[in-house]
Ligand binder design. Structure first.
Ligand SMILES: Nc1ncnc2c1ncn2[C@@H]1O[C@H](COP(=O)(O)OP(=O)(O)OP(=O)(O)O)[C@@H](O)[C@H]1O
Length: 194
């Protein structure tokens, strides 16, 4: 994991024919994190999707060394399955089904492993989505508005997981319109294109 690297160079984003931002750059090495801030609609989610390789930049390039895991707005967990099964579905694709119990414990949901996802609260679903990221074992975490729906204790838990991931050589890119405590992270305000 220590060879992980994420570079965005001169990235521009166009959505619906409108240029949202341009000339955005960052370079993160193993253990580093960045926090992209900015008001609603400036393009933070779009930037995260570009970093994930799910959206093509209008200009510039993205270079990722290491697997990428995305925490997006939707949890993407089958609501009819139990929590362990729903997270396990994704973990199995990463060959990591065995890590699910530990990941659920890490987000404080071990006790709800056999409960259907549809019965979880908003904050619990958010933590379940985070468990999916933790279980997958990717080096590069891309977290879009990760504290949405989380209470203070869960926010602290998330910050701890991010710190642990970085200590293990992982990279974390967070987009958030509210403050997230990421000690030593670069804070990058996303500016609208002129
Ligand atoms: N598929 C799309 N087609 C056209 N425009 C889009 C599409 N997706 C997003 N947009 C527009 O792009 C702009 C940026 O959206 P984005 O979700 O990236 O912003 P954001 O900074 O993450 O906002 P928020 O803080 O509200 O989540 C918005 O004006 C949005 O309406």
């Amino acid at each position: 994991m220590s060879t992980a690297r994420l570079v965005l160079d001169g990235v521009a984003c166009r959505r619906g024919g409108r240029l949202l931002f341009d000339e955005f750059g960052l370079a993160l090495a193993a253990g580093e994190a960045a926090l992209v801030t900015g008001p609603n609609g400036v393009g933070k989610s779009s930037l995260i999707r570009i970093a994930a390789g799910l959206l093509a930049p209008a200009a510039g390039r993205v270079e990722a060394t290491g697997a990428r895991a995305l925490l997006a707005e939707a949890a993407a967990l089958d609501t009819e399955r139990t929590l362990a099964d729903a997270v396990g579905f994704w973990a199995a694709l990463d060959g990591a089904r065995g890590r699910v119990p530990e990941a659920l414990d890490a987000v404080g949901l071990g006790v709800l492993a056999e409960v259907p996802v549809r019965m979880l609260s908003t904050g619990q679903r958010r933590r379940a989505a985070l468990a999916r990221v933790v279980a997958g074992g990717a080096a590069i975490w891309l977290l879009d508005e990760p504290v949405n729906g989380l209470d203070a204790a869960s926010t602290t838990l998330l910050e701890g997981l991010v710190a642990r991931h970085r200590a293990g050589g992982g990279i974390v890119l967070v987009a958030s319109h509210v403050p997230v405590a990421l000690p030593g992270a670069r804070v990058l305000p996303l500016e609208p294109a002129a």
